[in-house]
Ligand binder design. Structure first.
Ligand code: DAS
Length: 356
């Protein structure tokens, strides 16, 4: 016969365990996964197809079901926002996604957001959200370099790591993050530097940290303005002004720059050689376009560290041009478009490039 004391202590233990379980259940983060397509939702014909496959095939509920271990990290729910390869993203897609992220971030029952995305333009979306979503909750963009059907597919662990990062309070206040290949990057700095390897994403200033076995490890924090400290807010943005990019090289002419302006570009990003250099055959056209109100932004095709120095290769003060600082051409296009929603003054546009 059980003694009364034993029965009481057994009951107390069971109550304690039940409380602990309920506290753990309450403390699990609520994370929403917004799916947009890409390779992470891709499928190939054969397991040997690591680079030949169709992107944007697998729906979000199957993505979540394919990594059941994530349910230990957070209470998850998914939404299919788009189902496209990210090279086909438009500015309208960016604004739609930004609005959905900002709305979810306002909800008390959302602690973090993960966005599954194609890798081709992932860096542009991450930078855009970093500039326009006023939240300090973790927003983590994730993709994969191989489809889930391939040998050594990277999507499942990337997604697991992204949910782990979005669930972690330590991820708050660091701006929009990108998780790829066990590393945590700033959405501002990261770029796709390699076209068919799992270690494709790099930052010229290094990653912010790592996520290993469901835990985040931090080594740096961003210094540029972002999210809650940004002057840009998606709720005030209906659309983005058109901004084009023209690539510098030997034997370049001004044809592409003039065509972009003729098509309505309000700013042209020059992906210059070296330190944002501009060919003598192109300078007159850019000066004329500037005189007609087109913003001229000198970025560089050279990336991987360093920045375009104002007034070095070209007299930017005299020409009233802007330098993109360390931003690559595709990121400069995002910031130039947002800047033009607030000003047409080149000096103010330059301030944005120095502070964000
Ligand atoms: N086409 C690429 C994209 O959707 C596939 C990928 O995600 O890498 O960005």
């Amino acid at each position: 016969m059980l003694t009364k004391t034993f029965t009481r202590s057994l009951a107390a233990t069971l109550v304690g365990l039940a409380l602990a379980a309920s506290v753990h259940a309450q403390t699990k983060s609520h994370v929403v996964v917004l799916a947009t397509g890409g390779t992470i939702a891709g499928a190939g014909a054969d397991a040997a197809n690591s680079a030949t496959y169709q992107a944007a095939k697998v729906p979000v509920d199957k993505l979540l079901a394919s990594v059941p271990e994530m349910s230990k990290l957070a209470d998850l729910r998914g939404e299919q926002v788009f189902q496209i390869a990210s090279e086909s993203f438009t500015d309208e897609h960016l604004v739609t996604l930004g609005r959905r992220v900002a709305a979810l971030a306002k909800q008390d029952d959302v602690d973090g957001i993960v966005i599954t995305h194609g890798t081709d333009t992932l860096e542009e979306t991450a930078f855009f959200l970093n500039l326009v979503v006023p939240t300090d909750k973790p927003v983590v963009v994730v993709g994969s370099m191989r489809p889930g059907t391939a040998l050594s597919a990277d999507g499942a662990l990337n997604l697991y790591n992204a949910v782990a990062t979005a669930s972690d309070r330590a991820s708050r206040g660091k701006g929009v993050l990108v998780v790829m290949n066990d590393e945590i990057f700033s959405g501002r700095d990261v770029t796709k530097a390699i076209n068919i390897r799992p270690d494709a994403f790099k930052s010229p200033w290094g990653s912010l940290g790592m996520v290993v076995e469901g835990k985040t490890y931090w080594f740096r924090a961003p210094v540029k303005r972002h999210t809650v400290n940004s002057e840009f807010n998606i709720e005030a943005i209906k659309s983005l002004p058109p901004v084009g990019i023209a690539y510098g090289s030997g034997n370049v002419t001004d044809v592409a720059y003039k065509a972009l302006a003729a098509s309505g570009a309000k700013a042209i990003i020059h992906a210059g050689t070296g330190n944002g250099s501009v060919s003598a055959q192109v300078v007159p056209a850019l000066r004329e376009l500037r005189s007609k109100g087109v913003q001229i932004v000198r970025s560089a095709r050279v990336t991987g560290g360093g920045f375009v120095l104002r007034n070095a290769e070209q007299p930017d003060d005299q020409y009233d041009w802007v330098v993109a600082h360390d931003l690559n051409p595709q990121k400069a296009r995002i910031l130039a478009a947002l800047a033009l929603t607030r000003t047409t003054d080149a000096r103010e546009v330059q301030r944005f490039f120095m502070e964000y």
